[in-house]
Design a protein around this ligand. Structure first.
Ligand code: SF4
Length: 476
């Protein structure tokens, strides 16, 4: 596979072979953090690249193997290694890309383009910066093909807002970009004047080569894993039915609790949320990335009934309903679209609006007021601008505006990153709970050339080592 390095300052691209033996980590968050530490040691203090890494199982048929990890050191000096779905991990893998690294800052806005043959170049993006993400992705797909994946930032990212996030396209080309890495991550690209990463569909997609015998065995092991996932009550039924909400066992807290709802009767509860999605013409059981057998995402139609559907999961209900009293699905759909177009993190937005409700600035359940605040957030004289523009974390790495729900909710957060080198945390939980599937997983690691005793703790250890290196670099 390949490591692509883009020197943004000098507009130079380096394309190297990914030497498996040069890294102890096989892929995903561990590799992103390890590479980031290695390059920073070579480049000197403060020279941290921005890194994207595909997972250990990229290029195979294992479920949720198209996960994409990011590595970035934020302005507070904390290592951030979020992961995300969408179609970008798959498209990069199709061109054999294991790792993509951005160094320095471009003099003006650029985007990175990987063409159908896998050739990489930096393109002028000056005329594209400042657009909403839907228009930006649409234009980039007009230029480079409908099946291209796009990772991009919107106005929140170009203005370096603390609430800015990355947006990524979905495998379904009719769906506009969806939220990817969380609050503050848009700055990682914005501060480098990197507007987007566009990867064209490859006519000859890369896949890991096995001998025929290994290939057959790989398929058998994947079947064992898929059975464990299908038989697990969370991954086999609740997540496809309700999205991640039951997985997080969301408490009926915030406004729902104050109003006296129990978990199962709160307007933002999993079953109420599902009913709303279905009755609005939407549907559930959609994979957030190509090839996931769990499919815990969903779609809601455009709020005007005509525009393309939006990707949605129960986290949306959690971050809005409980925090703001906004339970109306068409209002939430409009808010989601505005946030997506701005490239503004939805969870963080829910928390900020919740604070405004708590302090009486915004009415309980006032979706129009919420939309007015969001639409005006870039205005220099908006009293709310600083809430969105300010830092998303304090210098301890804790969120500046904390949600009582979000820590319990975010199951892909720091505490459980280790398996993210391999797959999403939800299928991982089902695999690790089944001795047969866990054994199959160990054998899959061996087939990939990474014999490991306990894959999760090995990966966790590797990540810890990289974090240690980065911490020592920062303390110099
Ligand atoms: S389990 Fe859900 S969040 Fe994880 S990869 Fe599958 S669809 Fe995405």
């Amino acid at each position: 596979m390949r490591i692509i390095t883009a020197d943004l300052e000098n507009a130079r691209i380096t394309d190297e072979v990914f030497e498996r033996d040069s890294f102890s980590s096989p892929g995903g968050t561990g590799l992103a953090a390890e590479y980031l530490a290695q390059r920073s040691l070579a480049a000197g203090p403060g020279q941290f690249p921005l890194v994207f890494a595909t997972g250990l199982f990229a290029g195979t048929r294992l479920t949720s193997s198209n996960i994409l990890s990011m590595g970035w050191v934020d302005p507070s000096g904390a290592l951030r290694t979020p992961v995300f779905g969408g179609d970008a991990g798959r498209r990069l893998t199709d061109h054999g890309v294991k790792l993509l690294s951005f160094e320095g800052s471009a003099p003006d806005w650029v985007y990175l383009h990987v063409d159908a043959q896998g050739q990489v170049s930096l393109r002028d993006a000056r005329s594209l910066a400042g657009r909403g993400t839907a228009a930006l992705a649409e234009r980039l797909r007009e230029l480079h093909g409908k099946r291209s994946s796009v990772i991009c930032i919107g106005p929140c990212g170009t203005d370096l807002f603390g609430t800015s996030c990355l947006m990524v396209t979905d495998a379904d080309p009719s769906v506009p970009p969806r939220q990817a890495a969380g609050a503050g991550m848009g700055r990682a690209m914005g501060e480098r004047r990197l507007l987007a990463v566009v990867t064209e569909h490859s006519p000859r997609p890369f896949s890991v080569s096995f001998t025929p015998g290994e290939n057959e065995r790989f398929g058998e092991l994947c079947r064992v894993i898929n059975s464990a996932i299908a038989e697990d009550s969370l991954t086999g039924s609740k997540l496809p039915l309700f999205g991640p909400l039951p997985g997080a066992q969301a408490p009926a807290s915030g406004w729902s609790a104050l109003l006296g709802y129990r978990n199962d009767t709160a307007p933002s509860s999993a079953s109420n949320w599902r009913d709303k999605i279905i009755s609005s013409g939407g549907y559930c059981a959609v994979p957030c990335m190509p090839g996931c057998t769990v499919r815990c995402s969903g779609r809601i139609p455009g709020s005007d009934g005509r525009s393309s559907p939006a990707a949605v999961d129960c986290g949306t209900a959690l971050d809005f309903g409980s925090a703001t009293g906004i339970f109306d699905i068409s209002a939430i759909s409009r808010i989601e679209r505005v946030c997506a177009d701005h490239g503004c993190d939805l969870s963080m937005t829910g928390r900020i609006l919740g604070e405004l409700v708590k302090t009486g600035v915004l009415g309980f359940g006032d979706s129009r007021g919420a939309l007015r605040i969001l639409s005006g957030m870039f205005s220099e004289d908006s009293p709310f601008r600083e809430m969105f523009a300010g830092p998303s974390q304090d210098d301890t790495g804790d969120p500046v505006i904390e949600s009582p729900l979000s820590r319990g909710y975010e199951p892909r957060s720091a505490e459980e990153r280790a398996p993210l080198c391999f797959m999403c945390i939800y299928p991982w939980r089902a695999v690790s709970a089944s001795p047969e599937a866990a054994g199959a997983f160990g054998e899959l690691c061996s087939l990939m050339g990474w014999p490991c005793g306990d894959a999760a703790s090995d990966a966790e250890e590797l990540l810890r080592k990289s974090e240690g290196k980065i911490a020592s670099l920062l303390s110099r």
